[in-house]
Design a protein around this ligand. Structure first.
Ligand code: HAM
Length: 450
């Protein structure tokens, strides 16, 4: 029978994304994922913060990421970069004006007032760890969502608190293996600052035409911020500028001297920085920042943390006058230092691999895994795999010293196989005593050889 001639089917077009297939999402500018490979470093830093704060009797607090916009405008200051340019602020459908917190100190003060912490024994010592948001120009070490670890001590004006805070911040970094120096200054009381401000304006006004446009604005609105300017021309101009220490009143001078004496006593390395003013308006008296001493590249120098005293803030926010001081450290920057210091972290080695064969074996293995976990034995598994060979390959790759194997036969017999992966030997044991038998074997192999 003649075959009917069929026309050959048109070659299929290679399958690619059709016009309709959705584009995968990227990241919002300036934010990032913190992937599993980086988590051990984050965990190390978090655990260090936790153990240090336990040692210094500092209690943990968490405040919401969202606050009323006015909280930051009033505390950080209307004319600061943060409030003028960097806040993620929006109006909710309920007509509330809210902001993703750009820092945590204002929120802690709000919480202190809100919860009547004034009635607790003072000072109230609080620490926090969490994301902050600033709409800055992203660059290395500068993100729009970044993490801070901070400590605030509220209700005490003594200089020893300022020194203890600088000590905790420095010690945290030191114990993580990062050597830092504390750059420190005093900006005195708001009253002494008025005179200094006038002196600064008198110095810079005749040099106005040598200032950048940005700095001209600062001269008008917030002259102290001129000292923070990154404009290269400013370095020269600043050298001759009046220094705030010469304008401090006697109590501020004494306070500062005592902070330095305490730092000497506990061996915290510091450098006096007469032009350190910090970018937030709430500071009074002591201000400080921490810098990595091994960072030789001046352009890569960015503060790992900063803080100071803010005796007037509580009152500005509607609370009773309450002295306070604190610091915050930038964890993103610290983690990138940790990674450079220790590109590989020692992992807790897998001790045992639980392998299974058949449905009954898999059920038994699930339960066995729980027994091993409760006994604190680092155990791995591949429950979704069926073949013993595949599972043994995985066990080898993970470096497990022991494997426990349960198949249909072992389930029926009420036994399990313990395999010594190094020696290649194995033994059948009572299924109810697997963990005990394994622990005996582990203890034997851990004994020092004479
Ligand atoms: P701050 O100097 O604005 O102070 O921030 C503290 C630290 O957070 C900085 O030294 C830096 O390490 C890190 N940081 C700031 N912005 C970014 C960013 N965009 N990307 C990555 N890291 C960043 C404060 O926030 C004050 N609340 C500190 C304080 C607490 N003062 C008294 N108590």
């Amino acid at each position: 029978m003649p075959l009917t001639k069929k026309t050959a089917p048109a070659p299929k077009k290679p399958e690619g994304p059709s016009k309709k297939s959705p584009q995968p999402f990227g990241l919002v500018r300036g934010v990032r994922d913190i992937l599993p490979a980086d988590q051990p470093y984050w965990r190390q830093a978090f655990e260090m913060a936790q153990s240090l704060c336990d040692a210094y009797s500092v209690d943990r607090i968490e405040t919401p990421v969202l606050e009323e916009t006015g909280l930051f405008v009033r505390s950080v200051g209307k004319q600061t970069d943060i409030v003028e340019k960097e806040m993620f602020s929006f109006e909710t459908t309920g007509n509330e004006h809210v902001t993703l917190r750009p820092e945590n100190t204002a929120s802690i003060c709000r919480a202190y007032i809100h919860h009547g912490m004034l009635n607790l024994p003072q000072p109230v010592k609080l620490w926090y760890w969490g994301p902050q948001f600033r709409h800055e120009r992203p660059q290395s070490g500068r993100y729009r969502q970044f993490w801070q670890y901070g400590v605030e001590m509220i209700g005490e004006s003594d200089a020893v608190i300022d020194a203890q805070l600088a000590l905790i911040a420095w010690r945290f970094l030191k114990d993580l293996g990062i050597d830092t120096v504390v750059r420190i200054n005093s900006i005195g009381t708001p009253e002494s600052r008025v005179n200094y401000r006038n002196a600064l304006v008198a110095y810079f006004r005749p040099k106005r035409n040598r200032l950048s446009e940005e700095d001209k604005k600062r001269l008008l609105k917030n002259p102290l911020r001129l000292l923070d300017s990154k404009d290269p021309a400013m370095a020269e101009l600043k050298a001759e500028a009046p220094q705030i220490v010469d304008w401090l009143d006697e109590p501020s001078k004494n306070h500062f001297m005592r902070v330095l004496e305490y730092l000497d006593e506990v061996g915290v390395p510091y450098q006096l920085d007469p032009f350190l003013v910090r970018g937030l308006d709430y500071y009074t008296q002591t201000v400080f920042e921490l810098y990595d001493t091994s960072e030789t590249d001046e352009t890569a120098q960015s503060a790992l943390g900063g803080g100071g005293r803010y005796d007037g803030l509580m009152e500005i926010l509607g609370g009773r006058p309450t002295p306070a001081a604190g610091f915050a450290l930038g964890i993103d920057r610290i983690v990138s230092k940790l990674k450079a210091l220790k590109p590989t972290l020692p992992e807790k080695k897998v001790e045992v691999f639980v392998a299974q064969l058949g449905e009954a074996g898999r059920k038994r293995a699930l339960a066995l895994f729980e027994e091993l976990r409760l006994a604190n034995i680092k155990t791995a598994e591949a429950f979704a795999k069926g073949s013993i060979k595949t599972q043994m390959d995985i066990a080898n790759r993970l470096g497990a010293r022991w494997a426990i194997i349960v198949g249909q036969k072992e389930v029926l017999d009420g036994t399990a196989i313990i395999r010594d992966m190094d020696a290649g030997t194995q033994e059948i044991v009572d299924g109810r005593k697997v963990v005990h038998e394994l622990q005996k074997k582990m203890a034997l192999t851990q004994q020092p050889t004479v």
